[in-house]
Design a binder for this molecule. Structure first.
Ligand SMILES: *[C@@H]1O[C@H](CO)[C@@H](O)[C@H](O)[C@H]1NC(C)=O
Ligand SMILES: *[C@@H]1O[C@H](CO)[C@@H](O)[C@H](O)[C@H]1NC(C)=O
Ligand SMILES: *[C@@H]1O[C@H](CO)[C@@H](O)[C@H](O)[C@H]1NC(C)=O
Length: 235
């Protein structure tokens, strides 16, 4: 009977590839720089014993599968993944830009229950050659606020400062006069000293590339980009 049940759950897991619900939850989308490591871990790993655990990238690329204690790692991930059977955490090392995407964890418990959950990873390059640097891509939940601030605001005085989103202007400060795009009125604030832009009441449509450009009084133009990923609460 045991082997029959094992066979059935394996068959369901391997053949259907689609699971019910989002039972495994993740704290928030993950970020990591090229060459760094990141750990993807559910907040609620099942407390019952587990027959099959599988991590995939965007539903199809198998990364690691553990069946009754036997681990199979996709050879393209060999040497740069670690898996913790107790927490179900997947550690990805030596990140590349191609590691960005949706990661799915699915588990079959020994009671035959299938649980799954998804999280996303955004891998960013080192922003060489940009004058204004940002610590890392920002994340925020729908309805929340986020602050985008460069690490190195220029210490000289500025003539013009401008924030744009996907090439649409959000705010321009020219010689002390501030103009805000009406579409952003009441939900942005800007700090002229740090050049930080705060965006409030985030919507999914706020995900994208934000660009800051500054013209110093010496006529130099400095620019930098960062990205924002907005996610739904309680995925
Ligand atoms: C292993 O990973 C590569 C990409 O890194 C992917 O193309 C391939 O389909 C994966 N193998 C399996 C069995 O999913
Ligand atoms: C990580 O990348 C470095 C540099 O490309 C390489 O020397 C090293 O072998 C890689 N390690 C793994 C585990 O892939
Ligand atoms: C933020 O969203 C709430 C709910 O939709 C709304 O009542 C409020 O006016 C919004 N605030 C701003 C500043 O847009």
């Amino acid at each position: 009977m045991v082997s029959y049940r094992l066979y059935c759950t394996l068959w369901i897991l391997l053949c259907f590839g689609q699971y019910f619900g989002q039972d495994l939850q993740f704290p928030e989308p993950a970020n990591g720089a090229v060459g760094e490591s990141v750990v993807l871990a559910p907040v609620n790993p099942p407390s019952t014993s587990i027959l099959v655990t599988q991590w995939t990238l965007i539903d199809s690329t198998l990364i690691i599968r553990v069946v009754s204690g036997v681990t199979t790692v996709n050879s393209s991930y060999e040497g740069r993944v670690r898996f913790d059977i107790n927490t179900l955490a997947l550690e990805l090392q030596n990140l590349t830009l191609g590691d960005s995407g949706i990661y799915r964890l699915s588990v079959t418990t020994s009671a035959g229950e299938i649980r799954s959950g998804e999280t996303s990873l955004q891998v960013f390059g080192q922003y060489f050659g940009q004058d204004l640097q940002f610590p890392e891509p920002a994340n925020g939940a729908v309805g929340e606020s986020v602050v985008l601030a460069p690490d190195n605001p220029p210490s000289t005085s500025f003539l013009v400062t401008q924030w744009t989103f996907n090439s649409i202007f959000i705010i321009i400060v020219a010689s002390g006069v501030t103009t805000v795009n009406p579409a952003y009125e009441d939900r942005v604030s800007f700090d002229i000293n740090t050049l930080a832009l705060e965006l409030q009441n985030l919507t999914l449509g706020d995900s994208g590339i934000f660009r800051l450009s500054v013209t110093t009084s010496a006529g130099e133009i400095l620019t930098g980009e960062t990205s924002l990923q907005v996610f739904e609460k309680n995925i």
